[in-house]
Ligand binder design. Structure first.
Ligand SMILES: C[S@@+](CC[C@H](N)C(=O)[O-])C[C@H]1O[C@@H](n2cnc3c(N)ncnc32)[C@H](O)[C@@H]1O
Length: 272
């Protein structure tokens, strides 16, 4: 067994232990799990003095992507985007760059909207799942999947007509920030569009020239079954877990979960 294989096995055994414990995300990982990060990941994600995933939930999410990527994928599959969000994006363009592509919730929708799609994703386990999905859908050659971070995009200036991130960009330095935004804008061609889907800091983006669009209508998280709804609620929405069990349906309105639905985006058209 190679060193990399041994490490993967060790991490997946640990993931099994987390799953067996059925713990909510905030209790799922410990400081020992930070060993899964590469040096460049640790530099971005582990803030000095706040490196405990039990008190730093942003860190817990980053560990989830690396230790239990399939569990993350089950959640992302259930939290589907409002269809108008994708329809709103510029279509039939030459090149699209997506940053923080994860397991492809948005990426799969971008195929066919751009002649070339590049998906940038730092977490190797998520890239693996996305590659598997692309190949299963017969789109293995339609998307170029690359490693990279918001603040250091492996793409040339003016590369894309659309540079987009979905549920990935935040104002914090490790997850975008001003350096990450500058990179997205660098990679976007004049007259092209930078879009942040499901944005969480509207004032911050507005102060940097972004406009906002939101699409109406009821939205539910579409779990695979009632059982999955209860299981994933315990992990990701523990405060709403009782209400989810009581609701007893596979599709659970976002309001019950206490989560704003993925019905919106912030965008900026780059000066031509
Ligand atoms: C909540 S997931 C969203 C994934 C995917 N876009 C989706 O909608 O399902 C956040 C994603 O951002 C990625 N990410 C976190 N920090 C990043 C960074 N500094 N640069 C690029 N991507 C980052 C994570 O690896 C993860 O794939």
């Amino acid at each position: 067994m190679t060193k990399a294989e041994a490490q993967t096995q060790e991490f997946s055994e640990r993931a099994g232990a987390h799953a067996a414990a059925g713990r909510e995300l905030r209790q799922r990982y410990t400081v020992a799990d930070l060993a899964v990060f590469t040096a460049e990941e640790a530099r971005r994600f582990v803030p000095p003095g706040n490196g405990d995933p039990r008190s730093n939930v942003v860190l817990a999410w980053e560990l989830l992507y690396r230790l239990e990527p399939e569990l993350y994928d089950r959640l992302a599959r259930a939290e589907r985007l409002h269809p108008e969000v994708v329809r709103w994006l510029p279509g039939q363009v030459d090149r699209i760059a997506e940053v923080g592509a994860g397991t492809g919730r948005l990426t799969m929708e971008l195929i066919g909207r751009g002649r070339q799609v590049v998906a940038v994703e730092p977490a190797r386990p998520l890239r693996r799942i996305l590659r598997r999905k692309l190949e299963a859908a017969g789109h293995g050659d339609r998307v170029r999947l690359v490693h990279g971070f918001f603040d250091q995009l492996p793409l040339p200036d003016d590369f894309a007509d659309l540079v987009v991130a979905c549920s990935a960009f935040t104002p914090s330095d490790g997850h975008g920030g001003d350096a990450g935004l500058a990179e997205m804008e660098r990679v976007c061609r004049p007259g092209g569009c930078v879009a942040i889907i499901w944005p969480n800091h509207l004032d911050w983006l507005a102060a940097r020239g972004f406009e906002y669009v939101s699409f109406p209508g009821p939205m539910s998280v579409e779990f695979g079954s009632c059982r999955e709804a209860a299981e994933l609620a315990e992990i990701f929405y523990p405060k709403a877990a009782g209400a989810v069990r009581q609701y007893g349906e596979r599709n659970v309105p976002f309001e019950i979960l206490g989560l704003n639905p993925p019905r919106d985006l912030a965008f900026k058209v780059m000066a031509g």
